[in-house]
Design a protein around this ligand. Structure first.
Ligand SMILES: Nc1ncnc2c1ncn2[C@@H]1O[C@H](COP(=O)(O)OP(=O)(O)OP(=O)(O)O)[C@@H](O)[C@H]1O
Ligand SMILES: [Mg+2]
Length: 296
């Protein structure tokens, strides 16, 4: 029903290159930004050097990290993407990686409404439109400066998401356990399959599916989650669906204060800290990055 990943091994990713991890689901409000922010924070806590790359025109991850580019009109991901395309010289702006970079506990390349014009801006180019982000990451030298690049994706399945899929090594998929999600996930893996069929780049490993905003007191929700977990694990392997995140008030509180769960000492945050540590471990302790077809 979903998408079967191939198990072909390849070991040609240089060791000193950042691993690129994206939080994706075409459905809105499933926790992509929340998970990206707190997992990036967990990776930093583990001692890794992390760059957050906001690839959602809504700019929510940027806001959580204290930046609102639409207010400052600052340099952002869009500028770096467009500047990396030689044939779009007319649209270039004098923005280098260092200009767009916002340094902090977690470094950030922010995003804003400009990014919603990406698809239109690149519509007429002759170079491969799905590889713009991948090429940008390679050209700017970002990958050699970090251990992990954590990408927050938009709730769509358009060219931005195709670019993210072509540029990343691993995908984390937060989802709400209901029938709509089931269909949405099916579409998502169809797109991943199409990218694999194109054969222009490796496709990422699906590291985990993360049930989120789960209310196990509702019988139907428990049943839906069990069914979806069964389907996903039979295709992606046992344990690919991680422990569900319940609807947690502390998470709402921390987001409102633009803080990660690790910035609190009280014990109500301990279970969430443990869960995000687990997500970070899935990334940092993963030894089989290139488990998929490679045709670079
Ligand atoms: N486990 C949780 N418990 C309580 N609130 C949560 C939980 N996960 C996410 N939320 C809240 O749900 C809302 C949506 O989460 P988030 O913005 O991370 O989703 P998203 O998938 O990034 O949305 P979009 O598709 O619009 O980018 C936010 O207000 C967030 O604080
Ligand atoms: Mg989001």
């Amino acid at each position: 029903m979903f998408f079967r990943q191939r198990s072909k091994q390849s070991n040609d990713t240089p060791q000193n290159q950042a691993k690129v991890i994206a939080f994706l689901n075409q459905k809105g409000g499933v926790g992509k930004t929340t998970m990206a922010f707190n997992t990036a924070s967990a990776l930093v806590k583990q001692g890794h050097k992390v760059l957050c790359l906001d690839m959602d025109p809504q700019g929510n991850l940027s806001q959580l990290l204290g930046v609102d580019v639409d207010e400052t009109d600052g340099a952002q991901a869009y500028n770096l993407l467009i500047n990396s395309i030689r044939e779009l010289k007319a649209l270039h702006s004098p923005v280098l990686f260092q200009d767009a970079l916002v340094k902090g506990k977690i470094d950030l390349i922010p995003s804003g409404q400009l990014l919603s014009g990406f698809e239109l801006s690149v519509a007429g180019i002759s170079s491969p439109r799905q590889l713009i982000l991948k090429r940008m990451l390679e050209k700017t030298g970002i990958l050699s400066q970090y251990d992990y690049v954590v990408i927050d994706g938009p709730p769509t399945l358009g060219l931005l998401v195709v670019n993210i899929l072509c540029a990343c090594d691993g995908v984390m998929v937060p989802f709400r356990p209901d029938e709509f999600s089931r269909k949405g996930l099916g579409n998502f893996y169809e797109v991943l399959g199409q990218i694999e069929d194109m054969g222009v780049t490796k496709i990422p490993k699906v590291l985990a599916h993360i049930p989120n905003l789960v209310d196990l007191r509702r019988k139907q929700e428990g049943e839906d989650l069990a069914r979806i977990t069964h389907d996903l694990e039979s295709e992606f392997g046992q344990g690919n669906v991680v422990e569900p995140f319940l609807n947690k008030a502390p998470l709402v509180k921390s987001q409102a204060q633009r803080k990660s769960v690790f910035e609190y000492q009280s014990k109500e945050f301990a279970p969430l800290q443990g869960q995000f540590d687990e997500l970070a471990n899935l990334i940092s302790k993963n030894n089989s990055w290139n488990g998929l077809s490679e045709a670079r």
